[in-house]
Structure formats: structure tokens, C-alpha cells
Design a protein around this ligand. Structure first.
Ligand code: TZP
Length: 216
């Protein structure tokens, strides 16, 4: 694994896998997302055994390394270290951040935040980025809080210097407003994974994000 400082992270569109939503399979999805321009991929599978996840993550890390793309593993430092991934993404009830940092000192560690208290704690405990969610209503993830809206993004943006990744209900129609509200990066699962052409969808996200950042 390369250290975080070795290579700048391109926080534009952040692609997350979802085998429940895809019409193909997650290997092909990641390939297509990379072709569309995604430079950060999170492998997130909720219905796989650890053995299956290890096997898929091994294929994905080869794909990502060849393309110079960062691969993060959702909620498993063990799998991330085993496959030599670049980092992990943690939820608030996953492994504590300080513990993840201890065993994965050079990993990129991101954490989901839905309150400003979560953000302060993430900073204190050494997170590399925060994922702010949900921005809008979404059916993709159960048991999440009330939408924070664009004002929430702006508030979180002001509260931290960490990269702010916006997630939850983001699509091509509301994307520009999310970037202009202060997001450094955007994740959109259903608006990319569930489409017929993931490469084209990701490319549209990348283009709108670039343009919106240029207009800020
Ligand atoms: N974490 C917070 S909201 C969410 C996750 C994984 C789901 C986002 O999915 P969609 O389809 O982009 O709303």
C-alpha cells in the first residue's frame, strides 16, 4: 500500500458498489466506473461472506492499482489490510476510528457523519475525510437520519477542513447544487449503479462536478 501522502486523492466522484442494485456484477461496475473517470472506489457489500468479500476485493485491488485509483473497503480493516487496499470507510457503529488508525496507520480512513459532534470527533481521532449523510431522502440505505439538505452541507463544510463527501439521494438534477453548497466529492449509488450504462453515468457526474467546482 502506498502512503496517503504519496499520491493526492482525486475527490470528485466517489463510486460505491452495491450488488443489490446492479444489473451486472460489481467487478464490471468498478471497471465501468473507472472508465467513466471515478478515482475513488469503495467496495461495500452487505450480503457477502468475508471469504467472498476477500476474493472480490483482491480482484478489485488489481484493477484499481493498474488504473491508479484508490480502493477503500467498507467497514473492514481486516479485508483492507489483507488485500493491500488504500483505506477503509467506517460507519459510526463500526470499528472505532482510533482503533482503525492504530492498526492501519497509513490507510485512508473515512467516516460517516450526520451531526457536527460526529465531525469534531472524526477530526480529533484522525479521520482523512468525512461522508456527510443523508443529504436528501434515499431508499438505498435503511435506518439513516433526517435529510440534512444543502444547508447541512454548507454547515459541515464550514465546520471542518477535512474533505466533505456528500451522500444520500444525489442525482444528476441536484448534483450541481450539492457541489456549490460545499461538497468536495459526491457519492451517488442508485443514480450510477442502477443505470444501464455506469460508465456514461459516472462520466456525467464527473463533468458536472468539474464544471460546478469551476463556477464556485
Ligand atoms: N450512506 C449514507 S446514504 C447511503 C449510504 C451508503 C446510500 C446512498 O445511496 P443513493 O442511492 O445514492 O441515495
Amino acid at each position: 500500500m502506498s502512503s496517503k501522502s504519496d499520491n493526492e486523492i482525486n475527490w470528485n466522484f466517489y463510486f460505491i458498489t452495491d450488488s443489490n442494485l446492479t444489473k451486472q456484477d460489481c467487478m464490471k461496475d468498478v471497471h465501468d466506473a473507472i472508465m467513466g473517470g471515478a478515482r475513488v472506489i469503495q467496495y461495500r457489500e452487505k450480503n457477502r461472506s468475508k471469504t467472498e468479500m476477500m476474493a472480490e476485493a483482491r480482484i478489485l485491488i488489481n484493477m484499481c492499482k493498474k488504473a491508479g485509483v484508490h480502493l477503500l473497503i467498507n467497514n473492514s480493516v481486516e479485508i483492507a489490510l489483507d488485500v493491500d487496499a488504500d483505506g477503509v470507510h467506517l460507519g459510526q457503529s463500526d470499528m472505532p476510528l482510533e482503533e482503525a488508525r492504530r492498526i492501519f496507520p497509513n490507510g485512508i480512513i473515512g467516516i460517516s457523519c450526520s451531526t457536527l459532534a460526529d465531525v469534531s470527533e472524526a477530526e480529533e481521532k484522525g479521520a482523512d475525510y468525512i461522508a456527510v449523510s443523508p443529504v436528501f431522502f434515499t431508499k438505498t440505505k435503511a435506518d439513516i437520519g433526517q435529510p440534512l439538505g444543502l444547508a447541512g452541507i454548507t454547515e459541515f463544510r464550514k465546520a471542518t477542513d477535512l474533505p466533505v463527501i456528500a451522500i444520500g439521494g444525489i442525482n444528476l438534477d441536484n448534483l450541481e447544487s450539492v457541489v456549490k453548497a460545499g461538497a468536495d466529492s459526491v457519492c451517488a449509488i442508485s443514480a450510477t449503479v442502477a443505470t444501464d450504462d455506469i460508465e456514461a453515468s459516472v462520466k456525467k457526474f464527473e463533468d458536472i462536478i468539474e464544471k460546478a467546482k469551476g463556477e464556485k
